[in-house]
Design a protein around this ligand. Structure first.
Ligand code: ADP
Ligand code: MG
Length: 719
């Protein structure tokens, strides 16, 4: 790279870097003896960097503090006081009550904790605590019930940081605060290095990193704390984005792709033969993909589209582009059922479309599409394998059987992977490596699990993303109802019977028991037997669950598909992809046990045909509203629901599954910090595109090296 306009001037002062901080054991701090060092170690705090990135989980703003004498019944208040007495006693129904009396020099206050027996051990006479809660009157006096309690110890200051505490570790929040303070004081003579380009910091209005570290731990005002949080969260997100963007660019640089022709005859014939107009979103996405296909570097694109948004046509257009240029295409699905369904659907879609072939007497030859799963055996399998190896097969659709060593392709040009969350990165790579001449096939990954944009940027940050955000016309959205309690549930079975009488079919999804598949199967069997004996007596009811062997499952699915079963009672095995247009009722039992991310695709199993469909979310009589059930009743838009889901759940699950091994986000939240994620991603592109090897951003490079595992940053050394 040439001059990098974004890089900082060479630093003369030897400022302290994160690596320096990671090299100082906490035992070097005053007050941290052997015992405390061991205690800190159990909290995962070994060196000063660990300590300084152990951020407060809360900040008590003493400027809002109330004196006990001024408390008003019925209002929320923050009180700082000393513990005067603690008493624990059992109640009649074997619960415990802990009564605590506190005082602050202006008066005394009674505090009551129900069902928190450990408060007796936590709170002892003389301890300084902050209490936050609603003040009530009780027997002529004032009282707080189950308030939030923070131990603040001897901390003064207007804003007191409260650190995560663990009773076992024997480290108090004020001890942590004291050590953090000392560590920060020791950084002062040299100052804290700030490796983020000054221009970026300035443009985004961020405060300096040293100032941020101070202000997150010992802020003067809540505003200062917020500014500090924003800066440090940005740094976390920037590092993640740098890793992703570096990887993306490294792959683009290193892998030689195929420059496909996208204006071929076959694709045009396919377009002309379609019985409907493409939606605007489909046309746009096909164009995005075509641009990738033409480019010299291989495509790595994620296609997100809700159930029913029409991903198949996009996949077929992509694959036919490869065939147009004399290449082969493969589509990989996560299960045999799905592979078979795809094969049937795609064959129907390209029915009658033939391949222009100049060397053929008749000018055309039929398109050859094959299905390859572990169920295809014997001479048929041999024949397909031979066709893949000599180029006779144009498109192959299959399961992971496709990536076995024995499968050779003559000229694999495009790979489509459906339902990406079931495949690992390694499996994708294995299929890509099937390209014979060192050229990497273009890859399209399809998922029906909508992921909010900013989350996608992080979880799939090394892929480009296309979104099908428009449904094909002429479909009636599924109407969703909440059936709360047995009375309403009986109405559900009436609806099922009516629909079956009208020639339609129904699914009944059994309660999810995440802890045990065995219990789940047992409960499905029970539900099945109960319905057969009672609510659905006389109907043809089938059972499908995860412990059946695949031949059994397939037999049941075939009978449901052909209409010889009216109602299919199933566990969540039907979650993905099963397509029976005649099914118009979806009943989900104990719906409150499922997450939005499960409920939405389940509901997507109906509403696939011309008939009006209904989804019933059945719960045992719930006393309060259920936010997830409400969201499903209110919306059928997968992306909207994904946002709600992220809101309700937090990003924990999302990150833990997809981000394993990457440096944690300690402050940043994909939910709260959407704007920062986007800014960090832009900044990462700007930095990497000016300085692909980070040669002029040594400080950043060093931080990635320090904070990310080898696997995460393997490309750093390659770049
Ligand atoms: P997905 O795989 O995204 O769930 P599919 O590709 O299976 O969706 O398409 C769902 C249904 O919509 C199919 O029956 C398909 O024929 C139909 N379809 C797809 N695109 C269009 C369109 N542009 N206009 C009308 N119907 C469409
Ligand atoms: Mg599909």
């Amino acid at each position: 790279a040439t001059a990098a306009p974004l890089s900082r001037p060479i630093v003369v002062v030897n400022e302290i870097t994160l690596r320096d901080l990671a090299g100082i054991p906490v035992g070097r701090l005053r007050g941290v003896g052997d015992k405390k060092r061991a205690a800190l170690e159990t909290l995962g705090i070994e060196h000063v960097l660990d300590l300084l990135t152990t951020y407060p989980r809360r900040w008590v703003d003493r400027t809002n503090e109330a004196r006990i004498a001024d408390l008003v019944a019925g209002e929320q208040a923050l009180v700082l006081a000393a513990v005067r007495s603690v008493r624990k006693r059992p109640t009649r129904n074997r619960r415990t009550i802990v009564n605590v009396n506190v005082g602050d020099g202006t008066g005394r206050l009674d505090v009551v904790f129900f069902n928190q027996p450990w408060r007796e051990r936590q709170l002892h006479e003389g301890l300084q605590i902050a209490l936050f809660g609603k003040v009530d009157t009780y027997r002529n006096g004032l009282q707080m019930t189950n308030p939030i309690v923070d131990l603040i110890g001897d901390r003064t200051g207007k804003i007191v940081p409260i650190y995560p505490q663990s009773e076992k570790a024997q480290v108090s929040t004020w001890e942590l605060a004291t050590w953090v303070e000392e560590a920060l004081r020791r950084t002062e003579p040299r100052g804290v290095a700030d490796p983020v380009p000054a221009a970026t910091v300035e443009r985004l209005g961020l405060i300096g990193r040293g100032a941020a570290l101070h202000a997150i731990h010992a802020p003067d005002t809540i505003r200062a704390k917020n500014a500090a949080r924003r800066r440090l969260a940005f740094d976390e997100l920037l590092r993640v984005q740098l890793v992703l963007v570096l990887r993306k660019r490294a792959i683009e640089r290193e892998q030689r792709g195929i420059e496909h022709e996208t204006g071929g005859d076959l694709r045009r014939r396919f377009g002309n033969a379609l019985s409907y107009e493409l939606t605007g979103a489909q046309s746009r996405v096909i164009e995005e993909i075509s641009a990738d296909l033409r480019a010299p570097h291989p495509m790595h694109r994620l296609l997100q589209g809700d159930v029913g948004s029409g991903k198949t046509v996009v996949a077929v257009a992509t694959m036919l582009t490869a065939v147009d240029g004399g290449f082969q295409a493969a589509l990989m699905a996560p299960t045999e059922v799905l592979a078979e369904q795809h094969a049937a659907g795609i064959r129907a879609l390209v029915e009658g479309v033939s391949v222009p072939a100049a060397d053929n007497l008749f000018g055309d030859r039929p398109l050859r599409i094959e299905l390859l799963t572990n169920r295809v055996t014997g001479s048929e399998r041999k024949d397909i394998m031979a066709g893949l190896a000599d180029g006779g097969v144009d498109i192959v659709i299959g399961t992971h059987a496709l990536i076995q060593d024995a499968v050779d392709f003559a000229s694999l040009g495009v790979v489509v992977v459906d339902e990406q969350h079931r495949f690992g990165v390694e499996q994708r790579a294995a299929l890509r490596d099937k390209a014979p001449d060192g050229r990497t096939p273009d890859m399209l990954v399809m998922t029906a699990t909508p992921i909010p944009r900013t989350a996608a940027m992080t979880v799939y940050g090394d892929l480009d993303v296309s979104v099908l955000d428009e449904m094909p016309p002429g479909r009636t959205p599924v109407v969703t109802h909440w059936a709360n309690g047995p009375l309403m549930e009986s109405g559900v079975w009436v609806d099922v019977r009516e629909q079956v009488a009208a020639g339609r079919q129904a699914y009944v999804v059994c309660p999810l028991i995440e802890e045990s598949e065995k219990l789940e199967v047992a409960s499905a069997e029970e539900t099945h037997d109960r319905l057969v004996a009672d609510e659905l007596a006389g109907l043809r009811v089938g059972l499908l669950h995860g412990r059946m062997i695949s031949a059994e499952k397939e037999a049941v699915m075939d009978r449901f598909r052909s209409g010889s079963i009216d109602v299919l009672v199933a566990t969540t095995v039907i979650e993905v992809g099963v397509d029976v247009p005649n099914a118009t009722v979806m009943v989900i039992l104990d719906a409150d046990r499922f997450g939005i991310a499960q409920l939405h695709p389940l509901r997507g199993r109906v509403g696939r045909g011309e008939h009006r469909s209904t989804c019933w979310l059945v719960t045992q009589l719930l006393e309060t509203n259920n936010a997830r059930v409400d969201a499903l009743v209110d919306s059928t838009d997968g992306f909207e629901l994904a946002e709600v889901d992220l809101e309700l759940r937090g990003e924990g699950t999302l990150m833990s599954s997809a981000q394993k091994g990457r440096s944690d986000l300690k402050l940043a939240s994909l939910r709260r910090d959407r704007e920062l994620v986007a800014l960090a991603r832009d900044a990462a592109f700007e930095i990497v595109d000016h300085d692909p090897g980070l040669a002029h951003h040594r400080g950043l490079l060093d931080e990635l090296d320090l904070l990310f595992s080898d696997r995460d940053e393997e490309f750093l050394t390659r770049g």
